[in-house]
Design a protein around this ligand. Structure first.
Ligand code: SF4
Length: 147
């Protein structure tokens, strides 16, 4: 049985970083550094895009400077992203997480840079929908590249 107390403080983690095949391509982004956090933390996986009601696989999407999330053919799927963000924030509150470790550059989970919404591979400073919602709710958010 794992130890209780501060050594096992919960961390919310992008599910793809923990080996779940939930990216838009149906792949995982398993990261051994993230997995190693389980030594002294309770890791709580969440995929906001799936939690928001999107299927896997699904079309690639990007968040524009105006905050809307669109697929390459212009489909506006912002509402799915917002629902997923709400779910992630609710989970973070319920679990009283210490912080969130989220996948870099995702339109949901990215917390430093995201693609600019043009679907041309252009990165800009910005946050994904869930990263922004968690930060607005007062939670610390980092990417796997910050570990
Ligand atoms: S929404 Fe987040 S957890 Fe889900 S696949 Fe994208 S980066 Fe991973």
């Amino acid at each position: 049985m794992p130890p209780d107390g501060p050594a096992r403080r919960p961390i919310l983690v992008s599910a793809c970083l923990l080996g779940i095949s939930c990216t838009h391509k149906g792949e995982s982004k398993a990261n051994p550094v993230v997995a190693a956090l389980a030594t002294d933390h309770q890791l709580i996986p969440v995929c906001p895009e799936v939690a928001g009601g999107l299927p896997t696989p699904r079309p690639a999407a990007e968040r524009s400077s105006g905050g809307r999330v669109r697929t390459a053919d212009g489909g506006d799927i912002t509402d799915f992203y917002r629902r997923g963000a709400d779910q992630a924030v609710a989970l973070a509150r319920a679990a009283q997480i210490e912080r969130a470790v989220l996948k870099a550059r995702s339109p949901s989970c990215g917390c430093h840079q995201i693609y600019d919404g043009t679907h041309r591979g252009v990165l800009v400073a910005g946050e994904g929908v869930t990263a922004a919602a968690l930060r607005a709710a007062g939670f610390e958010v980092v990417s796997e590249e910050d570990l």
